[in-house]
Design a protein around this ligand. Structure first.
Ligand code: HEC
Ligand code: HEC
Length: 343
């Protein structure tokens, strides 16, 4: 049998006004975060064409043209593994000595801070607003030319992608093509995106609480914008330096680029999109569990304590950041006619 709502309950409901509180949360969230767009962003000075996209796809998957042969971009930034490699660390692009955790290639096009230590190149890029260039030293010029020359099928692909150029097989064009392909590696429609677009039911109660805590505890001071990160650098251990198990003392981050004491253990604030798919965490790849990573952050980065209950909610919120991964088609790669040149 149905019973009428008691008067006091109605008064209570009106007083707490949940609808109003929910609107506040949405408005606060919208002021700090933006949804992932549904379509690949246009890159300034680098218009996408089907031929350029296909060339970029070929170069991304071809293990023969990367500096780190026999690995392709995809062996480290694996499109089936959340855009990363599922391992603790990898030796990154050729400039990089020590091993670091592979950042996801998904939504990387929206980051302005790329690379864990913000090497000069990256910051120039940021300051000058240059076109998104995902590769840089991953493809050394000499080697690229030698590799591609041994695979004549690439000439036709470069000609189609860069019509009218007399010598289209260049590192700059390879980078442009890969950038166009990488810009398609975006993951829209996460529950959090649908929430930001106005679907109040896209997040469950725990996730909404987690979002509220993520903002009120100060996580969003660093992890903000479309990718909840990828916009700035910050010391790992502002309040308390994490243990050497998570923060090995050998990798001093930005200090190794700038030689400035204040930059010791300063790292990129990583994006948190699809974070549930890309364990292990941190530049060291030493935290395998998302709740553990949140606990490390709570102790090292924010002034307020985070209870286990709060941690569970924040973690539930982070799980709402998993978007729709694109179905990426593996390209047909042109055959080589001779043995590969040795680097
Ligand atoms: C052997 C593994 C490996 C290969 C191969 C590789 N990468 Fe990376 N990549 C890394 C690592 C490790 C980093 C992080 C390095 C750092 O920040 O110190 C990285 C960083 C990046 C970033 C910056 C992402 C961000 O948001 O910070 C992009 C973009 C990227 N790689 C694209 C590519 C492309 C495109 C290719 C192919 C041409 C490629 N990578 C090949 C390991 C690899
Ligand atoms: C002062 C800036 C700052 C604040 C505040 C902050 N973070 Fe971070 N966060 C970082 C930096 C820097 C890293 C990268 C550390 C490293 O690996 O070197 C990071 C890494 C992470 C990672 C791991 C990401 C990955 O891909 O490895 C997670 C998860 C995370 N933060 C969540 C949070 C949460 C949840 C909060 C709030 C409790 C928070 N952060 C507060 C700066 C911050």
């Amino acid at each position: 049998m149905r019973r009428p709502l008691s008067f006091s309950l109605i008064v209570m409901l009106l007083a707490t006004d949940p609808a109003h509180a929910a609107d506040d949360l949405l408005a606060t969230a919208r002021a700090r975060f933006q949804p992932i767009p549904l379509r690949a962003p246009a890159l300034p000075g680098n218009p996408a064409t089907p031929a350029k996209l296909e060339l970029g796809r070929m170069l991304y998957f071809d293990p023969r043209v990367s500096a780190s042969r026999p690995g392709s971009c995809n062996s480290c930034h694996n499109v089936g593994l959340g855009g990363a490699d599922g391992g603790e660390t990898a030796i990154g692009h050729s400039w990089q000595k020590g091993g670091r955790n592979v950042p996801t290639a998904y939504n990387a096009v929206f980051n302005t801070a790329r690379f864990w230590d913000g090497r000069a190149q990256d910051l120039d890029d940021e300051a000058g607003g240059q076109a998104f260039n995902p590769v840089e030293l991953a493809l050394p010029r000499d080697q690229l030319n030698a590799q591609l020359a041994a695979i004549p099928g690439y000439l036709a692909a470069f000609r189609a992608a860069f019509p009218g150029e007399s010598a289209p097989v260049t590192l700059a064009n390879a980078q442009k093509a890969i950038a166009v392909f990488q810009a398609t590696l975006i993951t829209p429609n996460a529950p959090f995106d649908r929430y930001l677009r106005g679907d109040a039911y896209a997040l469950n109660a725990a996730q909404k609480d987690g979002l509220r805590l993520f903002i009120s505890k100060g996580c969003a001071e660093c992890h903000d914008g479309m990718n909840l990160g990828g916009t700035r650098y910050a010391p790992f251990g502002i309040l308390e330096r994490p243990g050497a198990d998570v923060l090995p003392r050998t990798d001093k981050g930005r200090f190794m680029v700038t030689d400035t004491v204040g930059d010791q253990y300063v790292f990129k604030v990583p994006q948190l999109r699809n974070i549930a798919l890309t364990a292990p965490y941190f530049h060291s790849g030493r935290a395998w569990d998302l709740a553990q990573a949140v606990a490390v952050m709570a102790a090292s980065q924010i002034g307020a304590p985070v209870s286990d209950e709060e941690n569970a909610r924040i973690t539930a919120f982070l799980e709402s950041l998993t978007g729709e991964l694109p179905r990426v088609t593996y390209p047909i790669l042109p055959a080589a006619v001779g043995p590969p040149p040795t680097p």
